[in-house]
Design a protein around this ligand. Structure first.
Ligand code: SIN
Ligand code: CO
Length: 401
């Protein structure tokens, strides 16, 4: 079972975390995060049994689920195919040397929300998804580096991971139209990971994972928005707020050195006027919340089922928990007490607002936490369930209830 009650609190209280090998979050963030790899044996033993290979391949056969297949000795070296795949695909493949990868498996598998809660030492907006790969013996995606941090966690089977050096655009690559594979990776680390073992790989670090036997590997992947995108949001917000009303003004002007020159002091005045706009601390939350809360798949529409307060109470009596819709991105702004989701601000009545920190504490809201909830909170949650933003799930193993 992946559900370890209290993991969010353990992260936030900076307690030693068994799944980080006993490191406290602050120690991990100081010494490893974005710096160097970390291997932890037996970090998540339950991942060995969470998902069967066949279930993953079925996800790769499903429309609207993002999946890939990489065959090392395919029609061309490192043949890359995009899903969805026909169910007969797999039996036509060789016995060795291929991998199927499915993105955002956390959107379909509620227990992975519990896995993600173990990473609550990072804000949710920095987390991208849980990708799961299935490989036959010898299967790999080739030696490569990623731009983003990743926690690789071994499910069933064994995978040999080799790590190299930090790479960049200058690192020599194998010629390939779409995969960025490294030509020659010096091996600085070489370990076989078994079920439940975890390997943190910082951005840019070359890695190569080859299946020893048939295996599943979970990748908790992070995202880091390009600064240029953040700037775009900020500028758009500034322009919306100020429009064209404010003009350049120069009441303290001095005599120019040359009438045809664009002078440094004029440029400095423009810079200082613009920086005044950018110095507004309230600007950034307003500008970035819609962007950072965009769903991973922007066309995503949740589907709910009609739920009234009494239905919710009955579900709670049955011991169900509520899972925040994992395919939606949730972003809470404590200063303005606003909740953003999938790019939009969520309408939260004042009485519910006071409960938000509790409701959003982890991805799973234990039914017991709602025992004292006032009717307004229950009504709001019932509406949210109807809209598909909270999912009633079994309180013991996270299966949909
Ligand atoms: C894999 O699961 O095969 C690849 C994961 C990665 O290298 O990031
Ligand atoms: Co990678």
């Amino acid at each position: 079972m992946l559900l370890t009650p209290g993991v969010v609190d353990q992260c936030l209280a900076d307690e030693p975390l068994p799944w980080l090998g006993g490191l406290r979050a602050s120690e991990f963030l100081r010494d490893y995060w974005q710096k160097k790899p970390l291997l932890v044996r037996n970090a998540f033993p339950a991942l060995g049994e969470l998902l069967e290979p066949q279930e993953l391949l079925e996800l790769a056969e499903t429309d609207d689920i993002e999946s890939r297949l990489i065959i090392e000795a395919g029609k061309e070296p490192w043949e890359l195919r995009q899903g969805p795949f026909h169910e007969t695909t797999w039996r036509k493949l060789p016995k060795t040397g291929w991998t199927a990868l499915v993105q955002a498996v956390d959107h379909y598998l509620p227990p992975l929300a519990d896995l993600l809660d173990h990473f609550s030492f990072m804000p949710e907006w920095r987390i991208d998804d849980v990708m799961v790969s299935y490989a036959v013996p010898g299967g790999s995606v080739g030696a490569h580096y990623d731009q983003y941090d990743v926690f690789l966690i071994q499910g069933p089977g064994q995978r040999r991971w080799q790590l190299g050096d930090i790479c960049d655009e200058q690192t020599p690559r194998i010629a390939h139209a779409r995969l960025k594979l490294i030509a020659d990776m010096p091996v600085r680390f070489d370990e076989v990971l078994g079920p439940g073992d975890l390997l943190y790989v910082p951005p840019g670090l070359a890695h190569h994972g080859v299946a020893v036997d048939e295996c599943l590997t979970y990748s908790v992947g992070f995202r880091a928005p390009p600064l240029s995108h953040l700037l775009e949001q900020v500028i758009d917000q500034v322009l919306e707020q100020h429009g064209t009303r404010t003009l350049f003004a120069d009441p303290g002007r001095s005599v120019p050195t040359h009438p045809a020159a664009l002078q440094a002091d004029d440029l400095a005045s423009v810079q200082s006027l613009l920086l005044q706009w950018l110095a507004d601390p309230a600007l950034y939350a307003r500008a970035l919340a819609p962007y950072l809360s965009e769903a991973k798949y922007p066309d995503y529409e949740p589907e709910g089922e009609d739920c009234e307060r009494d239905d919710l109470l009955a579900a709670l009596d049955d011991g169900l928990d509520l899972l925040r819709d994992p395919a939606s991105r949730w972003l809470w702004l404590p200063d303005s007490q606003t909740l953003w989701r999938n790019g939009e601000v969520v309408d939260v009545p004042a009485e519910v607002g006071a409960w938000l920190p509790r409701l959003l504490h982890g991805r799973r809201l234990p039914g017991a936490a709602l025992r004292e909830a006032p009717p307004a909170v229950l009504d709001w949650l019932a509406d949210e369930i109807s809209a598909g933003f909270w999912l009633p799930v079994d309180g013991s193993d996270g299966e949909a209830g």
